[in-house]
Design a binder for this molecule. Sequence first.
Ligand code: ZN
Length: 381
Amino acid sequence: MEFTDIERFLVDFTYVVNTDSASGHTDGILTVARFFENRFLRLGMDCEILMPGNKEVPCLKATVGTPPYDVMCLGHMDTVFPEGEAAKRPFAVHDNRAWGPGVCDMKGGLLVALHALETLKRTGDLDNMSICVLFNGDEETGSDQSQPLILETAENCRHVLVFEPCRPDYHLVSQRKGGGWFHIEVTGKQAHAGADPHKGVNAVVELARLVPSIQDLNDENTGTSAHVTVFHGGDKVNIIPSRATVSVDVRILDPGEKQRVESFFAGLHPKRLCKDAQVRITGAIDRPPMAETDQSRALQELIISQAEQLGIDMKAITTGGCSDGNFTASAGVPTIDGLGLVGANSHRADEYIELASIPVMVSLISRVCRKLAEKKSTTAG
Ligand SMILES: [Zn+2]
C-alpha cells in the first residue's frame, strides 16, 4: 500500500468526528471546513469557503491546476446527528473498527480524499494535476442551498468521485435511484356518522380508492418503486371524516420514468372519486437518478482495476438512496460513488468503519487520480 500512516489518519479522524456538524449547525460545519481548508492550503491548493443560497451553509472548494479538472472529489461535511452527540459518544477505536457520529457517513470519506491528495503531494504528482474538491454542508437535508454550486462546479470537471461510504466487502456505488415525494390531499364533507351519514363525503374512503393505483406504479423491469408511506385521516369515531392525506415515496432508476410518474400523478383526478370530493396533488421527481453510462462504466472499470492491483476484489452495486452524485451524474459528468471508507449503519448510533480499509481507500484514490491525469495527457498527446 502506498499509504500506511494510519496513526496520522486517526488523529485527524478524532478531531473531525468530535466536531459536531449537524445540518443547520453553521458554526460546526464551518469548523470542519476550516480544518480541511488549512490542510488543502498546505498542499498549495487554492481554497475558498463559500456560503451559497441562504448564506447559512458553509461549503469548501479547493483546487489545484486549471479547469477542466480531471477529478472532482465530492463530499459533505454535515451529519444527521445533533449538537452534543460527539460529547455523548466520542470517536473511539475498538474491534478493528472506528466508531462515532458521522464516522462512516461521511467524515471518513472526506479524510480519504484529503490523505489521497497529501499522498500525491508527497510523490510529487499533485503539482502537475488538475483536481477540484467540493465539500458541501447540507447534503443530509437535500443539498437545497448547495445544489447550484455542485452543478456549476461539476461542469468544469471530467470525472466525479463521491466519498460516501464504501459498502462492506468493497462495494462501490455505480448507480443510485432518483426520486421524489408526492402528497395527496382529499377533501370531503363532515357529517354525523350515525344521524345523517348521507350528508357526508368520506375523505378517507375516497382517498383509499386511489392507493391501489399508486401501488401499481411499481415496476421491477424499470426499477421504479412507489410506496404510500404515510396515510392520515379521520379524527373522531362518530364523524365522517372530511380530510385525508397520503404521502408517497417514489424512486426511479431510468431517467425516462420521471415523465411517466409525474403524468400519472397529474392524471390522478377526481374521475376515480365521488364528484363531491376534491383532490389536491403536489410533488415531483426532483432528484434525478445517477444512471450508468458508457463513460461512468469506464470510470468504474478503471477504479476496479486499480483496486485489483492492491489485491482488492471490488464490486459495484445499485442503491435506492440518493446522494449529491445524482446531481453530477444528471449533469452528464461520469460519477462513481461509495469511495469513502468501508463501513455500515449510517444515520445510526452503531455506525462504524473498518480500519483495514483506511490504507486501501487512500492508496486507491491516489492511484485513480494519477490514472485519470495520465489518461488526459495521453489523449491530448
Ligand atoms: Zn452521506
